[in-house]
Ligand binder design. Structure first.
Ligand SMILES: Cc1cc2nc3c(=O)[nH]c(=O)nc-3n(C[C@H](O)[C@H](O)[C@H](O)COP(=O)(O)OP(=O)(O)OC[C@H]3O[C@@H](n4cnc5c(N)ncnc54)[C@H](O)[C@@H]3O)c2cc1C
Length: 529
């Protein structure tokens, strides 16, 4: 009897499928390296054996116990929006999609807090909370395509982290089914060790998160908007540092470096995206060929942008939004302005318009990737962080490492009194010819290797909110040290003694991820122009 037949016989009520379409649909998350394989004609290298959709914690526990009894690896699945290969199954794997578990268990209006099941999608959650007069304050750009469980497992950050923090600052209690098949509720504690932080960021390796109690805030009654220009990105992040160290907590604080700022000012990301999608319908045209040719020499493009950044491109741009009650939002913006516009910070007040425009289009830019790949390019993002004292080393070090391989721009979007996250966006291409797909992969891998080495050299951390997945796990020993990795493994053994939970994820794995043998990529050729 094969695995799914055994499961159906022993757990007759559970929804399960090994339909080929389902296996393809659950074969990957949104790791951009997968997009290269898709473009090469191979959309599903990593098909799982089958998929299950539990409807409650009891079913999750029954499924994990069944998996234990049959040594079946389990990969929890939220909405698959992860970008680091946290979901990379193989035919032995049972993928467990949590989205049927989306009930509100308890809204505590006095605390206020919400206990909600882990499969709840992001945007409907915020919308429903808004109708009750609350906000969670968590707005990842992927809010349209991610779940509460995925946020917790990946240690996510939202666009309003300046005021509300990351997801780890919002969670009070967690319910989970451990890899040993036990249903446990972990409580936030005021004394002694708390287990909640161990599970937040565990990326499916300790167990399945089934529900969480999350702190809420009153929905903001008012917002105050502001934008400033700076000659350089460095002047801009100095301004962010001053604001956060003065005790101000703007919900949104985003600094765009000169090229990213130029796109943001013109709104051209949106327009370019529209043009690109139109072209993509008809296949890549001459514009795409020109772009590919330019991106084969990224060093020259990066040099040009560096030279023109503060003059022709208009310098860096800082956008801030304070929110709360009307008086508090206005007061905080006035104080921010007095700090930034005292003549010493190099800030030029640009008015409210850019910040208002940013809020209106806050989710648009993240969904422009498909046309980029369709044009024969690749793109990706890398979100790293460091204390303020190391930020310049991190910014310039990573730019230097990326520069020869890809065209690079950056913004800083999650600031703290003691440091900041830098979010690099990059696009590249590769040579022409029969081996073009392989050359793209080679360039992509080389780019990431160089950038991760630069992050570690600069004393930064490899990820701020996208998680580790399988894409960054090989470098984790350099960040945590061998004993740090050994400690993480011991925690994994404590929660998941048989190692069935998302094996190969999060920590360096001695063996490479298994490939489905039948997955021979179809070569896609791009003519030399
Ligand atoms: C366009 C776009 C924009 C993005 N913007 C942001 C952003 O602003 N901020 C941010 O933080 N991230 C962002 N991301 C990354 C991604 O959305 C987050 O990592 C998100 O938290 C993943 O949620 P998910 O539900 O899709 O999880 P999945 O991708 O399904 O899973 C992610 C990992 O968590 C594990 N997992 C999922 N659910 C559970 C569970 N219930 N129990 C245990 N383990 C589980 C999976 O096994 C996997 O390892 C973005 C991604 C995209 C594609």
């Amino acid at each position: 009897m094969n695995a799914i037949d055994d499961l159906r016989a022993r757990l007759p009520g559970v929804l399960a499928s090994d339909d080929p379409a389902d296996r393809v649909a659950y074969a990957r998350d949104l790791w951009p390296r997968h997009h290269l394989a898709v473009r090469a004609g191979n959309p599903a290298e990593h098909r799982p054996g089958f998929v299950v959709w539990p409807r409650g914690t009891d079913e999750v526990a029954a499924l994990v116990r069944w998996a234990l009894s049959t040594s079946t690896p389990v990969v929890p699945f939220g909405a698959g929006s992860g970008v680091c290969a946290g979901v990379l199954p193989d035919p032995s794997v049972m993928v467990m999609d949590l989205k049927r578990m989306a009930a509100w268990r308890h809204l505590d209006r006095d605390t206020p807090a919400l206990t909600v099941e882990a499969g709840h999608m992001g945007l409907p959650l915020e919308e429903a909370l808004g109708r009750e007069g609350f906000t969670l304050g968590h707005f990842p750009s992927s809010i349209l395509c991610s779940t509460v469980g995925g946020w917790l497992a990946g240690r996510s950050a939202g666009q309003c982290s300046g005021k509300y923090g990351k997801i780890e600052d919002m969670v009070v209690d967690l319910e989970m089914v451990t890899g040993a098949g036990d249903v446990v509720t972990l409580h936030g504690r005021a004394h002694g060790p708390s287990l909640v932080p161990l599970v937040v960021g565990s990326e499916g390796t300790l167990g399945v998160i089934t529900a969480a109690t999350l702190k809420l805030h009153p929905a903001p009654a008012s917002r105050a908007f502001g934008a400033w220009s700076f000659k350089t990105a460095e002047e801009g992040w100095e301004a962010m540092r001053v604001v956060f160290q003065a005790g101000l907590r703007p919900a949104v604080a985003r600094l765009y470096d000169p090229f990213d700022a130029m796109l943001a000012r013109q709104g051209s990301v949106k327009r370019a995206g529209k043009r690109a999608s139109k072209k993509a319908e008809h296949g890549p045209g001459r514009g795409a060929a020109a772009l590919r040719a330019l991106l084969r020499r990224p060093g020259a493009m990066n040099g040009l942008v560096d030279a023109l950044g503060s003059t022709v491109l208009g310098g860096a741009m800082l956008v801030m939004i304070h929110e709360g009650d009307e008086a508090a939002a206005a007061r905080d913006m006035a104080r921010t302005r007095s700090l930034l516009e005292d003549g010493r910070m190099g800030a030029t007040w640009d008015g409210e318009g850019q910040a208002r425009k940013w809020l209106q289009h806050r989710y648009s830019v993240s969904y422009r990737q498909a046309p980029v790949f369709a044009q024969g390019l690749f793109s990706d993002t890398m979100e790293v962080a460091a204390p303020w004292s190391k930020l310049a080393g991190l910014y310039y070090g990573v730019r230097r490492a990326l520069g020869p391989n890809v065209f690079v721009m950056a913004h800083l979007s999650h600031a703290y009194p003691d440091g900041c996250c830098i979010y690099f966006s990059f696009a590249g291409s590769a040579g022409t010819g029969d081996d073009w797909d392989a050359a793209c992969e080679e360039t992509y891998d080389r780019t990431w290797r160089a950038a991760m080495a630069a992050v570690l050299d600069a004393g930064g951390v490899l990820a701020h909110h996208h998680g580790v997945g399988r894409s960054k796990a090989p470098r984790l020993t350099e960040e945590l040290g061998a004993s740090g990795v050994a400690t993480v493994r011991s925690i994994m053994r404590a929660f998941d003694p048989r190692g069935i939970m998302n094996p190969g994820n999060l920590v360096p794995n001695p063996s490479p991820p298994p490939y489905v043998p039948s997955a021979a990529p179809r070569a896609v050729r791009v003519e030399a122009r």
